[in-house]
Ligand binder design. Sequence first.
Ligand SMILES: *[C@@H]1O[C@H](CO)[C@@H](O)[C@H](O)[C@H]1NC(C)=O
Ligand SMILES: *[C@@H]1O[C@H](CO)[C@@H](O)[C@H](O)[C@H]1NC(C)=O
Ligand SMILES: *[C@@H]1O[C@H](CO)[C@@H](O)[C@H](O)[C@H]1NC(C)=O
Ligand SMILES: CC(=O)N[C@H]1CO[C@H](CO)[C@@H](O)[C@@H]1O
Length: 361
Amino acid sequence: MRTAMTRLCSPSRPCSLLVLALLQLAFVLFLYRRSLSNSFTSLLYEDDHGGHWDYTKTHDVYTNLSLITPGPDRETLVQCPAQSPLLEYTFLLSTFTVGPLTISFQKIPIMSKIERKNPYVKSGGRYTPPHCKAWYKTAILVPHRNREPHLRQLLYYLHPFLQRQQLQYAIYVIHQTGNRTFNRAKLLNVGVREALKDEDWDCLFLHDVDLIPENDHNLYVCNKRYPKHVSSAMNKFKYRLPYRMYFGGVSALTPDQYMRINGFPNTYWGWGGEDDDISARIYFAGMKIIRTPLSLGHYKMITHSMDVGNEKNEKRFDMVVKVSKSWRSDGMNSINYSLLKREELPLYTNITVDFGNSPSV
Ligand SMILES: *[C@@H]1O[C@H](CO)[C@@H](O)[C@H](O)[C@H]1NC(C)=O
Ligand SMILES: *[C@@H]1O[C@H](CO)[C@@H](O)[C@H](O)[C@H]1NC(C)=O
Ligand SMILES: *[C@@H]1O[C@H](CO)[C@@H](O)[C@H](O)[C@H]1NC(C)=O
Ligand SMILES: CC(=O)N[C@H]1CO[C@H](CO)[C@@H](O)[C@@H]1O
């Protein structure tokens, strides 16, 4: 602070400028807090159905996947049961639900092993339950660059997880090429646009590559009313929300909710800020954030050091204040990108997009 004062209050630049700037900042913060306080003082969670999970008792995510067998003629299929029977198991005539999953990052599985363990996943990482009509169609969108080992961990856990929930789903990896700073939010806008060309998805899951869900009853479906923050309890934050507005990690929006907030901002290059922008736009669009209950929203983060080319975005605090003005013009309606390639691999669809090569903004 002292160095900032001495720099700002030089003979050529009188202190009154600093005072003015501070006053203006206080005013903006005041307005911002007032307009946002209503939506953020009350935290809204989905019902957890009295679920008290014992995270010391875990089970293998591939449990009971062998029960999936090739299906009959699709024309004759009936709707899947409301609650997937694959999430339960019976032992000595009683039915149990386990929930918490055994997760370990000791070994990084190779792609061919993951393919072998998920024989019913089709080209492009698509899956449709073979014996019944799924209630929900969910697209998983993963922004990505140079994180192949993390991607393999994610695919290893997510494929069986989603199949046991009897969802129709597809996994999209949106790959940013070139050496410009990473732009997570813009990649997600691209992913949404491209995924909606394939299928009329009910739900879009925006998923960081390094987060693994720890409870298979954390259903990958959207909330009909509000955008949902799903990774509410990450091990990195001691299984609590780090702060009230937090919307990072894993979130779920219906395509309609996504369009109502004009998608995500395209202008956040580097680490941080974009998720706060998104929470603000949800409020400005007249909605609230609902969250997965903490008991269910457990996630394990694959540890890593900060990536090169994804440095902290130092402008992030100034930008959030501007959201009330920017959100209508910066988002899905202003996105500009060149699609380099779309490749259907056995476990995912790789969408490669170019945002240019100038490393800074
Ligand atoms: C990366 O950026 C530099 C400018 O800093 C540029 O000279 C170089 O060609 C870029 N690399 C690639 C692979 O495009
Ligand atoms: C989109 O990008 C192309 C080149 O990448 C550029 O020529 C064009 O002007 C851009 N359009 C908008 C609306 O920014
Ligand atoms: C996606 O495709 C691009 C272009 O072919 C490639 O460079 C990249 O490694 C691929 N990413 C993944 C995760 O498969
Ligand atoms: C290993 C395991 O839990 N298997 C279960 C799979 O599902 C059947 C039918 O529900 C159970 O009987 C098994 O115990």
